[in-house]
Design a protein around this ligand. Structure first.
Ligand code: ZN
Length: 334
């Protein structure tokens, strides 16, 4: 029988120690709120912590044995005592619905299947609609012994305050930069892991996703299309159509990064300190032609679009509007 242990990420030691300590003292909270920016491995933390809870031969430091029946069941991905609640992929709203929460409350009331604990993970927790959130609140008010509910989110402010106050908060932060670069350097093929980390806002797992030459090539091409808009050399609606199939969240993040860098360039910041230092020349050219006020105004629009990206029912129209506004920034400046 082969060993199977979920890998713990080195920068999650403080959170791990905290929970293991509570567990050892018999004070493990029944609800945890795992917060922090995307790309820090909150999901993988849930998996390794759940394995630690479910394993029947866990070591003193909380490490799972990797060989017991529970560890093997986790490896196969269908351990009955670990449940994930995520948005319904078929549903247009992208929400976690009350049906999902009800199925949880029904199963949470059952005793764990032979394991010591039952673990329920809600990801991303801020995508619960209000009926779902209220239903979860009831569960939190009447906790089931040895059931741990883990809410994962990068936007804790969007959860009901009454839910937040019933959870112990476990905060995840981007690791120390040098530590992250060392970790990343062993895993990526890109020659400049530091650039990947910067593009990922310091989140190592996001940086890992960016280690993809096709994706980085697309980024360069998209920037060049974007920079042609203010001069009127490109049609915003056509460009939006061309970008239609692209990951919307990532796209808006890139857009924000480009605009922030142009603002910084206008302020005389050294190009080595930009997010997109590999694209500094192209950004500088456009930044020179625009005024700072227009750039700041546009950045706010990108932020607004980013906030509603998960719930926008007509994302294509939103993107078109965003690109039309960007073209108009050029008209205002001239
Ligand atoms: Zn085990």
């Amino acid at each position: 029988m082969s060993e199977f242990r979920y890998q713990r990420l080195p920068w999650q030691d403080p959170q791990w120690q905290l929970l293991q300590q509570s567990l050892a003292q018999g004070r493990l909270p029944h609800a945890l709120l795992l917060c922090g920016p995307p790309g820090l491995g909150k999901e993988s933390f849930v998996l390794s912590f759940a394995q630690s809870l479910l394993c029947t031969r866990r070591a003193q430091d909380g490490l799972a044995c990797g060989v017991c029946r529970h560890c093997q069941l986790l490896e196969s991905g269908n351990h009955p005592d670990l449940r994930w609640l995520k948005p319904d992929e078929q549903g247009k709203s992208g929400e976690i619905t009350i049906e999902a929460i009800r199925s949880l409350t029904a199963s949470a009331s059952l005793t764990a299947h032979g394991g010591a604990y039952k673990v329920v993970a809600v990801q991303p927790a801020h995508r619960m609609n209000s009926a779902a959130a209220n239903s979860l609140l009831k569960t939190l008010e009447e906790p089931t012994p040895r059931t741990v509910i883990m809410l994962l989110t990068d936007q804790p402010g969007r959860l009901l305050p009454t839910i937040r106050s019933r959870c112990q908060r476990v905060q995840f932060l981007p690791p120390d930069r040098a530590e992250a670069i060392t970790w990343l350097a062993e895993k990526v093929t890109h020659e400049d892991p530091e650039l990947l980390l910067t593009l990922a806002n310091g989140a190592p797992l996001r940086a890992l996703q960016l280690d993809d030459s096709e994706l980085l090539k697309a980024r360069g091409e998209m920037l060049s299309g974007f920079l042609q808009l203010p001069g009127g050399r490109r049609d915003p609606v056509g460009l939006a159509r061309g970008w239609g199939g692209f990951d919307r969240k990532l796209l808006l993040e890139w857009l924000a990064g480009w605009v922030i860098d142009m603002i910084r360039l206008r302020e005389g910041v050294d190009s080595g300190l930009l997010f997109n230092r590999d694209l500094a020349q192209a950004l500088q050219k456009t930044a020179d032609k625009l005024n700072s006020k227009a750039l700041h105004g546009y950045l706010l629009q990108v932020y607004t679009a980013r906030r509603s990206v998960e719930s926008n029912l007509n994302p294509q129209l939103a993107l078109e509007n965003l690109l039309i506004s960007w073209r108009d920034c050029g008209t205002e400046a001239s």
